[in-house]
Design a protein around this ligand. Structure first.
Ligand code: GDP
Length: 327
């Protein structure tokens, strides 16, 4: 594949070129990795920036319905929208596929939208890198908004929050007791909580749930990256398309404020550093699974188990091999 040509075609906003480039960054083959690195480097200078919006919510809260309605609203305003997904569960369970086009039928037909389902990789580190690189490719291809969807499980929220400018938490109307079900850490990550399904019979419950979360958010420590009134909770109906404009306006208020006050750039800088450290850690972990180091690990594991050697001296021995192989 000719990388210079692929670069030019991505800059010309050709969707097929973008799709092909994402396939390249998803590949685990060494030669593909090298090409992907070359391509990303070549596109870096394009310097285009999208608004990256992370969106999390448990299965069934209405993520795909929301993304479809919200995405259609944005494209109607002339914005180009890309949808990506981080789904650490898809490979293992074969379960819900995020970013699935059949779940967002209207949006997938919209010429101003680009939807990419999550790849079937179970390793979160691999998914994180692939998604970050796909975000960079979408930015280079001139998308105004990149939505990154994830399910509300474990670490995947942190991964998405660390690659987003804004983080949205989508919730369903629920009884007061369920407030505790949302982990504090996730609440702290959220910039805007959207209580979905505020329509029909569910509307009163949605309003109450929203008030509960608004109260809970007020109890959190004030964050320096927030203007007055943020983080905030709002109600929406993805089905009836209510509250979507208001939510978009709030997102703009927040991003404008952050841009004016230096928090936007600071967040991206901090994220770049975070991912640099993550990549180093992942690289080191990968080395533990290779050649002499792996052999030593297996051998020493047995000796630690039988008490012939202490855990710390066994660790020192493994690390000394790593030191040698690094030279
Ligand atoms: P996901 O698993 O989070 O992607 O959720 P879906 O978007 O597939 O929605 C799950 C179910 O909730 C579907 O039956 C939707 O029709 C329904 N749903 C989604 N949004 C709304 C909404 O705004 N109001 C109501 N009443 N139902 C909704």
């Amino acid at each position: 594949m000719n990388i210079a040509e692929l670069r030019d075609r991505i800059l010309k906003q050709e969707r097929r070129a973008l799709a092909r480039a994402i396939t390249l960054v998803e590949s685990g083959r060494a030669d593909h990795r090298a090409q992907a690195a070359e391509l990303l480097e070549a596109l870096r200078s394009a310097g285009k920036q999208a608004l990256r919006i992370g969106l999390s919510g448990t299965p069934g809260v209405g993520k795909s319905t929301f993304i479809e309605s919200f995405g259609m609203m944005l494209t109607a305003r002339g914005l180009r929208v890309a949808v990506l997904a981080v789904d650490p569960s898809s490979a293992r369970s074969g379960g819900s596929i995020l970013g699935d086009k059949t779940r967002m039928e209207r949006l997938s037909r919209d010429p101003n939208a680009f939807i990419r389902p999550s790849p079937s990789q179970s390793h979160l580190g691999g998914v994180a890198r692939r998604t970050r690189e796909a975000v960079a490719l979408c930015e280079a291809a001139g998308f105004d908004v990149v939505l990154i969807e994830t399910v509300g499980v474990g670490q995947s929220e942190t991964v998405v929050a660390e690659m987003s400018d804004l983080f949205l938490l989508l919730l369903a109307p629920a009884g007061g007791d369920e407030l505790q079900g949302v982990k504090r850490g996730i609440m702290e990550m959220a910039d805007i909580i959207l209580v979905n399904k505020a329509d029909g019979d569910l509307k009163p419950t949605a309003m109450r749930t929203c008030a509960d979360y608004a109260g809970a958010l007020r109890l959190l420590r004030k964050r320096p990256q927030d203007p007055q009134g943020f983080p905030k909770a709002m109600t929406v109906s993805a089905v009836e398309e209510h509250g979507l404009q208001e939510a978009w306006e709030e997102m703009n208020t927040l991003t404008d404020w952050r841009r004016e006050n230096g928090h936007w750039e600071a967040r991206r800088t901090q994220q770049a550093q975070f991912w640099f450290h993550e990549e180093v850690k992942q690289g080191l972990l990968a080395r533990l699974n290779q050649g002499r180091v792996k052999d030593a690990l297996t051998r020493l594991e047995t000796r630690v188990a039988s008490g012939e050697v202490t855990p710390s001296s066994a660790a020192d021995e493994v690390l000394s091999i790593l030191d040698i192989s690094a030279q």
